[in-house]
Ligand binder design. Structure first.
Ligand SMILES: Nc1ncnc2c1ncn2[C@@H]1O[C@H](COP(=O)(O)OP(=O)(O)OP(=O)(O)O)[C@@H](O)[C@H]1O
Ligand SMILES: [Mg+2]
Length: 252
């Protein structure tokens, strides 16, 4: 097998949130272009893991290291990681109330590309992707806090992913709350982004097998109580879906 260049390396990470130890020695490697799945019961540390890779200041790293493209980023602020190409979909904090979708996306594109993107340039790219994602063109005129439906939020995530063209996409429950048609649009959208950027690496967090029927993961990790307890191929998703987590829970 051809050796692929390393994209993300996590070394023995211990992470606390408000004095609770949540990640208890997690190591993981993602190479360029690989799609990884992270599965595990509620509260096992999946979202914490994605947030720590993005640099969310709400979590403190007790020990361990994070490398991105071979450079240590353990202590870099989130905006610096985003500029380097780490992507975690934006969750609409209230601080930017009033900002329209198209304004927000243009700002994000400029920040990621580190250059000015004209209104026209942004509009052309935006319209192109909105069409591909089967989104109503009027969506871009809405305010970011404008009561998006579950499906709209998730499509907006994929829209951000497409326009920011990151090197690593962290997708946390991008499929939750989607009806079957919207799930297909979101998965097709991801696959399209991936096709245009075959080097895109991804860590996809979900509870359900159905997403992985549409997006094929290369490697599947199972996390329980802050430990990665199993690593396998796509067949691990089916095993979890069929038998649940019992087999591993008894071992922890
Ligand atoms: N900011 C925080 N402060 C305190 N505790 C937290 C914080 N974030 C997460 N935790 C705790 O850490 C544990 C892991 O949470 P996390 O959100 O990472 O789980 P998860 O695997 O994503 O779960 P789910 O499948 O329900 O989304 C939980 O017990 C949670 O309550
Ligand atoms: Mg979670």
């Amino acid at each position: 097998m051809k050796l692929r260049e390393n994209l993300l390396t996590i070394e023995d990470l211990y992470v606390k949130a408000q004095d609770n130890l949540i990640l208890k020695g997690v190591s993981l490697e993602i190479n360029l272009g690989e799609i990884h799945a992270l599965m595990g019961p509620n509260g096992s540390g999946k979202s914490t893991f994605a947030n720590v890779i993005m640099g969310n200041p709400g979590y403190s790293i007790e020990s361990g290291k994070i490398f991105f493209h071979g450079e240590e980023i353990t202590n870099l602020p989130p905006d610096e990681r985003a500029k380097r190409g780490v992507f975690l979909a934006f969750q609409h904090p209230e601080s930017i109330e009033g900002v329209k979708v198209h304004q927000f996306l243009r700002m994000a594109m400029q920040s990621r590309r580190n250059k000015d993107v004209s209104v026209l340039e942004a509009r052309i790219e935006l319209n192109d992707w909105m069409k591909k994602l089967k989104m109503d063109p009027d969506f871009q005129k809405r305010s970011l806090n404008d009561g998006f439906s579950g499906g709209e939020k998730k499509k907006h995530e994929i829209l951000q992913l497409a326009l920011l063209s990151p090197a690593l996409a962290l997708l946390d429950e991008t499929d939750s709350g989607l009806d079957i048609d919207a799930l297909k649009v979101v998965a097709d959208g991801f696959n399209l982004v991936k096709k245009e950027n075959t080097d895109l690496g991804a860590l996809i967090i979900t509870h359900y097998q159905r997403l992985f029927d549409l997006i094929t993961p290369d490697i599947v990790h199972l996390i329980i109580d802050g430990h990665i307890v199993e690593k396998g191929g796509p067949e691990l998703v089916n095993e979890i879906d069929k038998n649940g987590y019992d087999k591993w829970l008894t071992r922890v």
